[in-house]
Ligand binder design. Structure first.
Ligand code: G6Q
Length: 541
């Protein structure tokens, strides 16, 4: 792996192939090969993905798979499943796949099978979730718990909130679930403003239990509880913790009996299926949580065993490399046609951008190519009435991931048909556009033709599943996890660290002291002037 990636013959073959393909549009590719939709439709773990609207040919796929072989993606995948310390900069194993391993499986970490411990925690979570759902777990005053507030940030928040929203249709409708992450006090204030402390349980989710935002919100929540009950003993009935750090959990005052653990081999953004998903389990019940884990597991197995050319995450990851490095796309739009997936793009932003937003290789050398794309998106059809204009006629190439489901969860069948018709229409319009000839034939005046023309040739993937149920959600998340893995393996970067977020944290810690002292110092002139202006504004009556 020492030669720079772009010097590899497999990379250069792809670059030459891209040049040879130049000028051939998606319309040309479909005209020459009407069967491509069949060949480029892949299935796995209950998901179907149509890759035929990507700007590739069989030759592109062959060359991409050559690249995957040259970069030993399969070997690195096996190393992940074997518990090797593939997070090299933190010297850690990356074993989120163990979180969904079945009871009885063996996954070794430093010689020890971690699966029994995973299932012990899952069993404890299930007992606690059932006790809450059945009203056996009562608050300090004896009232039934009706509100669950999850406090966490980043990987300890985005997964739980996304999963809760996604599976709302499966959740307890007589309970309230809210998620607080921002250190902006208004986040907690809004979450609590209409709640009765006697009926409210806080789950403090923090792997390290030292994160400033989470601990600040947790302390404020504690004060809110103490103000209501006037007694420390109330905390034990109204707080649970999810963490790897038992001593900090104790110091905070949460009884370890209500602590649910996980391990340093679970990265924050890969933790929604660990105890970090406790709020999800309380909302949807242990049975549905187990179904979600089964979905994750099915995709893990597919990724591990499916042949490369039929391997969904591998192919999806490789197509991302193709779009980023060979077609020059800078972003990926994630467009779920499911309102319940409204937090899915935000979840994916962390999964993809914190994982693959890296500028050096595993050995510390600067990369000589682009890495992770910018992920963004909104549920369809809302996005159609805002930013899709740029997708259709703008100057940038934005590959899109459309996600849709055959069965509606709550909409009437008719409304669901309408929703799905929009999804199919968008993929078609992006790929094939609208020609000047068509417009003229329709009677469009000549001066308006260039404005109405849609050039097409804009790539997309459409992911279709039967229904947005727990199992499908697990499979969908695992699909993106392993696609991110594939890209990281091709680029030769560490997809599992996140050093870039440290600097801002360190500076903020310094600046808060300076704000409190009213004396900014040691920053650039712009930052000093901004802090001074803030201090002056704050002092104003
Ligand atoms: C995720 C990151 C990061 C982390 C948060 C919260 O991969 O490491 O988003 O999840 O900073 O950290 P704690 O769980 O330790 O509070």
């Amino acid at each position: 792996m020492s030669a720079p990636l772009t010097h590899l013959p497999q990379w250069q073959a792809l670059a030459a192939h891209r040049d040879a393909l130049a000028g051939r549009t998606l319309a040309d590719l479909f005209a020459a090969d009407p069967m491509r939709a069949e060949r480029l439709g892949l299935e796995g773990a209950g998901l179907f993905a149509d890759f035929s609207k990507q700007r590739v040919t069989d030759e592109t796929m062959r060359l991409l798979l050559d690249l995957a072989r040259a970069r030993d993606v399969a070997g690195r995948r096996d190393a992940m499943f074997a518990g090797d310390a593939i997070n090299v900069t933190e010297n850690r194993a990356v074993l989120h796949v163990a979180l969904r391993a079945p009871k009885g499986a063996t996954i070794l970490h430093e010689g020890e099978n971690v699966v029994p411990a995973v299932h012990d925690v899952l069993d404890r979570m299930a007992d606690f979730a059932d006790a809450l759902r059945e009203g056996r777990w009562r608050g300090y005053s004896g009232a039934r718990i009706r509100n669950v507030i999850s406090i966490g940030i980043g990987g300890s928040d985005l997964g739980p909130i996304m999963a809760y929203e996604a599976l709302r249709g499966f959740s307890r409708r007589d309970m309230v679930f809210r998620f607080v992450s921002n250190v902006d006090g208004s986040d907690l204030a809004e979450a609590l403003h209409d709640l009765d402390p006697a009926e409210t349980l806080f789950i403090v989710c923090s792997k390290t239990f030292t994160t400033l935002e989470t601990l600040t919100n947790a302390r404020a929540a504690r004060e809110w509880c103490l103000a209501a009950f006037g007694h420390e003993a109330a905390i034990a009935r109204h707080f649970a913790a999810v963490s790897t750090n038992e001593s900090e959990v104790r110091t905070f005052g949460i009884d370890p009996a209500q602590m649910f653990g996980f391990w340093d081999w679970v990265g924050g953004r890969y933790s929604m299926d660990s105890a970090i998903g406790l709020s999800t389990m309380i909302a949807v019940g242990p049975g549905n949580f187990a179904a979600m884990l089964a979905g994750f597991r099915a995709m893990d197995e597919h990724f591990r065993t499916a042949p490369p050319e039929r391997n969904l995450p591998l192919v999806m990851g490789l197509l991302g490399v193709w779009n980023t490095n060979f077609l020059g796309a800078e972003t990926v739009a994630v467009l779920p046609y499911a309102q319940y997936l409204n937090r899915f793009p935000a979840y994916l932003q962390q999964l993809t951008m914190e994982s693959n937003g890296k500028g050096v290789t595993l050995s510390g050398a600067p990369v000589d190519h682009d890495t992770g794309a910018i992920f963004w998106g909104e549920p369809g059809t809302n996005g159609q009435h805002s930013f899709y204009q740029l997708l259709h006629q703008g100057t940038r190439l934005v590959p899109c991931d459309f996600i849709g489901f055959c069965e509606p969860l709550s909409a009437s069948a008719d409304q669901h048909d309408l929703l799905m018709a929009n999804l199919f229409a968008q993929g078609e319009a992006l790929a094939f556009g609208r020609s000047a000839e068509d417009l003229r034939a329709e009677g469009t005046p000549e001066w308006l033709v260039p404005h109405r023309l849609c050039p097409g040739n804009r790539p997309s993937t459409t992911i279709l599943a039967q229904a947005l149920d727990p199992r499908t959600l697990g499979a969908l998340v695992a699909l993106y996890e392993h696609s991110v893995f594939t890209q990281g393996a091709i680029w030769g970067i560490d997809s599992f660290d996140q050093w870039g977020v440290e600097l801002g944290k360190q500076l903020a810690t310094r600046i808060i002291d300076e704000i409190r002292a009213g004396a900014p110092a040691g920053h650039d002139p712009s930052t000093i002037a901004l802090i001074r202006r803030y201090l002056a504004g704050k002092a104003r009556p």
